[in-house]
Ligand binder design. Structure first.
Ligand code: NAD
Length: 483
């Protein structure tokens, strides 16, 4: 029950509005123009290499249901190809291919040596029991494995909307059952629970990466000035859409570590607004208990959640899904900085309008790359079969202790406790993951800044990020040769 669409054979969207893939393609074409890229290379780069559509039956409560899922491999110039699997009641081939393309560019921007891929399953996970979800996920995974679309060396999924550690553990176990001889079986998927080969810090990685990107922006006074922003992140008024994995971790860190004010949270059932700030942890607890933001006592609820995207604020963080800022609302968007934690939240034509209005956008392909970055760390950890920091932690602690002894004996003074503790502490896996993520986001920002300086007319971060990505991918195509 498989329909393999090879490059060039997929149906083009016939809708009058522009599709998600076309939106991504048009944005990338700005970079092609700047770089004067060979049209053949450009076409090869934009084409989605292969997409598999699966229709598979699963018995649920004595009845057979047929599910539809996709996995698209946009590029395999680097292997494995990498990208999340989303479970949603609305997902289609075009969406999965657009997201796979974004993965290609994203990996290049943050120097993660993977191709781009993405998967989707048409399902409303809230309508099924955990047992049924496990059956469905295991069947989907088995089909993908059998068709060559899931393995440690070729194609490695991760969580996305509607999936998390639980689904990744089921997928890893399904692969292990089918390939017990593969010593690297744990590397077939990332975002697993730590007890099953996952890495500390993966769950929060995308949200944390979003915050590292914003902090880096705030270290660049010239960029802040252009966006009409001053001072530090503390007290900045933030509106966030989506309090799922990415949105929750980003909002929580911004509030607790940077003292930013989260003045509105938009969810699928409405929005909460409080000019003095919403306490994210307490709201999350309310959502976990009641399954909705409704009834949260310390903010004003509005049924028309989408309209809260138009609130006056310093930073707007769409962290839910694609196509949220469109021609329909772009003229009323009233923020200085848009941080695309979600994939594709701003459509191509809305992006053109925001650019002409001078609204700064930190684009998805850079901003939410923290997830794939830490997935890369997890994959490397799985292949090396050892936890990061295991060999050197105690050695570093002993060396720190020697350093303290030497400093104190030379100075005849005792160092304050907090300095002693910092020097003597060996990094554990979480420290290393956070350090690697922070470094990645900062280096990528530097490359985007250089691209903006070196290419006249490239002022916005989105075009700069695609210039960086396209250059690297084109280089890998021409180095190896297209044949
Ligand atoms: P999630 O399923 O954990 O959370 C999504 C949240 O958005 C949920 O709370 C949901 O209720 C809310 N939501 C859905 N539709 C909404 C709407 N119309 N209006 C307001 N809220 C809505 O998903 P996630 O993993 O946090 O992913 C969010 C976005 O980030 C997606 O675009 C995804 O592709 C992107 N992303 C995720 C990761 C990751 O590691 N999870 C990595 C990179 C990019």
């Amino acid at each position: 029950m498989t329909n393999l669409n090879i490059k060039g054979l997929k149906n083009k969207s016939t809708h009058s509005h522009i599709s998600f893939s076309d939106s991504v393609n048009h944005m990338v074409e700005r970079a092609f123009k700047v770089l004067n890229l060979d049209p053949g290379i450009a076409e090869a780069m934009q084409a989605c290499n292969s997409t598999i559509q699966l229709k598979f039956p699963v018995e649920i409560d004595g009845k057979i249901e047929v599910f539809t899922g996709w996995r698209a491999t946009h590029s395999s110039h680097r292997l494995p190809s990498k990208g999340g699997i989303r479970y949603a009641p609305i997902v289609n081939q075009d969406e999965v291919e657009a997201l796979a393309a974004l993965m290609t560019y994203k990996c290049a921007i943050v120097d993660v040596p993977f191709g781009g891929s993405k998967g989707g399953l048409l399902i409303d996970p809230t309508k099924y029991s955990s047992e049924s979800m496990q059956k469905i996920t295991r069947t989907f995974a088995r089909e993908l494995i059998r068709k060559g679309f899931l393995s440690p060396s070729i194609n490695v999924p991760a969580p996305d909307m509607g999936t998390g550690e639980r689904e990744m553990a089921w997928i890893a176990d399904t692969y292990k059952q089918l390939h017990p001889e593969d010593v690297n079986h744990a590397a077939c998927v990332t975002g697993k629970p730590v007890a099953h080969g996952g890495i500390r810090g993966r769950t929060e990685a995308t949200g944390r990466g979003v915050v590292y990107a914003i902090r880096e922006f705030f270290r660049h006074p010239g960029d802040m000035k252009k966006a009409n922003l001053k001072g530090s992140l503390g007290g900045k008024r933030i509106v966030i859409q989506g309090l799922g994995n990415v949105g929750y971790h980003a909002a929580k860190l911004l509030q607790e570590e940077d003292e930013a004010l989260i003045i509105a949270v938009i969810e699928r059932d409405g929005a909460l607004i409080n000019d003095n700030g919403i306490v994210i942890e307490s709201l999350k607890q309310h959502i976990n208990e009641h399954g909705t933001i409704k009834g949260y006592p310390d903010a004003t609820f509005t049924e028309n959640g989408h309209s809260a995207l138009e609130l006056q604020c310093d930073i707007l963080i769409p962290a839910a899904m694609e196509a949220q800022i469109t021609d329909a609302n772009v003229d009323r968007i009233n923020t200085k900085l848009i941080v695309e934690a979600a994939n594709g939240p701003v459509t191509f034509s809305a992006d053109e309008k925001l650019r002409s209005r001078g609204v700064t956008i930190l684009p998805d392909a850079y901003v939410n790359a923290g997830g794939v970055t830490v997935s890369y760390f997890e994959w490397v950890r799985n292949l090396s079969h050892i936890r990061f920091g295991r060999m050197e932690r105690r050695f570093d602690e002993a060396r720190g202790q020697h350093l303290i002894t030497a400093m104190e004996s030379v100075s005849q003074k005792q160092l304050p406790d907090w300095i002693r503790n910092e020097i003597v502490r060996g990094a554990d896996e979480l420290d290393l993951v956070r350090s690697g993520l922070d470094d990645t986001m900062r280096l990528a920002y530097k490359e985007l800044s250089e691209a903006r300086m070196e290419n006249p007319g490239v002022d916005d971060f989105r075009t700069a990020s695609y210039v960086v990505a396209v250059k690297k991918i084109a280089r890998s195509y021409t180095d190896i040769g297209v044949y």
